[in-house]
Design a protein around this ligand. Structure first.
Ligand code: ATP
Ligand code: MG
Length: 223
């Protein structure tokens, strides 16, 4: 059983003459424990695909099997429940809550999952410590560099021990060296048996990953 299997996934925005076919019957399989990069021109459907994988969006047609369960057409409540526990998502612009400490930011997904406060504070501190931010727990995101913010976002993505970590251009706002540090962290996660899927425009990362997927106009042209 693959960790992820997409079958005939389509996503149409709008309808009629103005309809945009962001994904056109895309098929994809991702095995557990792999590091995957998704490439494609701007507008080819990469973010749409990632949002689909991250259960932030629903397909117009097709099925999405995550750990053997079809999650393509769940209720909003079921989708949030699974998203919170099964996926960790990282964005180009970090998407941290600016008015909360980084410790509180990392606690957020665990709060949704209903963890006890003591337990989530301990786990958040442990994750941040692992990512080299153990001495910054009370700092707010604005007091940190971009690379540090992205490490907080990675800690937050790991909070509920998800099946897959997704990144939409996670190195897009970082300089080369800091971007390479993120790739190093992803390598560590994959070595632990985790699955990482990242959208990127950086051709240098092709040699870093185990699998390259390329989208063209909403279809998978290389995998
Ligand atoms: N909410 C939306 N409403 C209408 N069209 C959308 C919406 N989101 C995306 N699209 C369209 O779907 C297509 C795919 O967009 P998507 O954001 O997935 O591309 P992308 O490959 O991530 O591009 P980029 O590299 O620029 O981030 C584009 O034509 C885009 O304009
Ligand atoms: Mg995009």
């Amino acid at each position: 059983m693959s960790l992820i299997q997409l079958q005939g996934i389509s996503r149409v925005y709008g309808s009629g003459k103005t309809a945009v076919h962001a994904l056109r019957s895309a098929d994809l399989r991702i095995e557990k424990g792999t590091f995957v990069a998704i490439y494609g021109a701007s507008g080819s459907g990469k973010s749409t695909m990632l949002n689909m994988l991250g259960l932030l969006d629903e397909p117009t047609a097709g099925s999405y099997w995550l750990e053997g369960r079809n999650v393509a057409n769940l209720s909003d409540k079921e989708r949030s429940y699974i998203r919170c526990r099964k996926v960790g998502i990282i964005f180009q612009s970090f998407n941290l809550f600016p008015h909360f400490s980084i410790l509180e930011n990392v606690c957020m997904p665990m709060r949704f999952a209903g963890l006890e406060r003591k337990e989530m504070l301990a786990r958040a501190a442990e994750l941040l410590d692992r990512l080299g931010l153990g001495s910054r727990l009370k700092h707010s995101p604005s007091q940190l560099s971009g690379g540090q913010c992205q490490r907080v976002a990675i800690a937050r993505a790991l909070a509920n021990n998800p099946a897959v970590i997704l990144g939409d251009e996670p190195t897009g706002n970082l300089d080369e060296k800091t971007g390479d540090e993120m790739i190093g962290i992803f390598h560590e996660l994959v070595a632990e048996g985790r699955t990482v899927v990242m959208v990127t425009h950086n051709a240098e990362y092709e040699k870093e990953v185990q699998r390259v997927i390329e989208l063209h106009d909403g279809t998978v042209v290389r995998q």
